[in-house]
Design a protein around this ligand. Sequence first.
Ligand SMILES: [Zn+2]
Length: 680
Amino acid sequence: MSRSAEAPTIPSAAVAPERPYLLERVDDAAIVQLYADGFRELPLRDKVLVWHLTRAAIAGRDIFYDQRYADALDMRDVLEGILTHARDVEATTLAEVQRYTKLFWLNTGPYNNLTARKFVLACPCEAFAAAAHAAARQGARFPTREHETLDALLDRLAPAFFDPDVDPMVTCKTPPPEHDILTASCNNLYEGVSLADVHDVAQPVSPARAERSPEAQRDTFRERHPLNSRLLKQDGRLVEEVYRVGGRFGASIEAIVEHLKAAIPYASEPMANALRALVRFYETGEDADREQYDIAWVQDTASPVDTINGFIEVYLDARGVKGAWEAIVWYVNREKTFQIRTIADHAQWFEDRLPCDPRFRKTTAHGVTAAAIDVVIETGDSGPVTPVGINLPNDQGIRERYGSKSVSLANVHEAYDKSTLPELRTEFSWTPEEAARAVAWNAFASELTTNLHEVIGHGSGQVDATLNGNPHLALKEQYSTLEEARADLVALYFLPDPKLVELGLVPAEHHEDIVLAEYEGYTRNVLVQLRRVRAGTHIEEDHMRNRQLIIRWLMAHTTAIDVRTRNGKTFYVMTDARAFRDGVGRLLGEVQRIKGEGDYAAARALVESYGVHFDAALRDEVVARVDRLQLPSYTGFVMPTLEPVVDAAGAIVDVTVAYPLDFTAQMLEYSAATRDLRRA
Ligand SMILES: [Zn+2]
């Protein structure tokens, strides 16, 4: 719910980069090195803390592979077995295995993380088998089951590697007629479970509902671990497999816990409290302990180092209930914190002016703690493809009672800025003035709107008491899109406000250009983002849906946007910033009402009408234009590498940071680190 996931549209720096950012291209993806410049300056204690937390981040990485697809870890083992024993593998086959494996690592399995669609190996099945046998002769070990030959293993995985029609989508919130959102989604959060099976499971229990609905009373199964379990049907009954020590992925989680415990002595007291609560949650798996952790985490407002480690975001689950595992470790970037902290300090001012029914405004903004951060590692759901801003925890009840923490990923913004090609703006700008504004201001505007999105977007508003702080249960598969739209709309709405000048966030003389650059860029993006959905005619990813929704709604209800063509090329042209902002305010009022009341029918109508479907011919045109310019559709990052320096007594006396500039080497290193922990 809580992150801005799309690469901001940022021009490349005018000066030549003095160090490499863009490392390589794989199909329509870019691979970029991330730098953590401030790490060297941290006190030793913080460095050691970060070191242990990065080990915890790597320890859990495999959980997310398994959540994305049941066969993903076996597939990864096969691919890595071939790549690391490639001496006798035929060259064209090897090149294809390398291409496919890089995409597999970038997307954590065989599904594109923006389109949710499967991608496949483009070499003959027999050539792949020959490559595996050649690797086996060089000593590669493959994940064969007991009494399973290598050929039997390859046969078992062949549909996963080669057939795009077997398990075609990882998450599908707009299912074909014969399916529902669970049976059409091929992730591993459920096994043999249909939507009818979980109907009314984990609904908010209010007395009124129980009286009204005999069906809910009859229902004997209640999800006890909604966020951190896998749900399967066994002998006609629903069973929860809980992720915890001694449970599902118990060995991985035990390793995480060990590293977290090693980190605790180096943490500040509030952070140590949060880490202890996290350890307890991993040990019990109980939702009450998850709540205690969320509270302890959000109450740690001042530590210079912080981490997220656990089952957090629910985008992967079409129901929007199950958490995908992820880890991020960061330190605060003090220089860049001014902007986001200033917004947070004045959150109530914005809250009081939200253009919506006052009953959906919070009367006292529980502090949003905000910081600009540099990430040191991101794994699972947040790496190698990363968000640019995060606002947590997701638990609406805790947000309303304890507030939330917002972070802007400063070094990720920087790496995007330094690696993005300027043609991405100019190709789709209607006038040279628009293109110039984009080059001058998009990076600045994008960081600012991300901060507004996280802090006063996700951080704002309250919902009707009857929802028990759980609007996502009422809005179901529409929730994430609606919540992202809400956060974007808040940012777009307040961007032109003179208050931003008063707070010192934007220079007065450039305010108008900054607003224009953002509105124009936001409008263009709805056209440009179609390059990411190269198959089909519907959008699955929530952030892409919300952007489509906002612009197409504005097209239908305001005069702010023109669709124009020139030389056979289509342009979305923002022509009236005032009309744009008025429209944004109107739509925000409605979106806030839908969330506040949990109005599922209205949410669905809005998303389905404006956010999901697009014209294939228009997409083909956009793809042709970006391919001609060789513009990437998405970016994955190579993380910094930390290395402890140990004295004769075994104590860590320093931790060095290095930049591997090699995606393959890093992915192989991460995989090797957890090979012994798997399938416990
Ligand atoms: Zn967001």
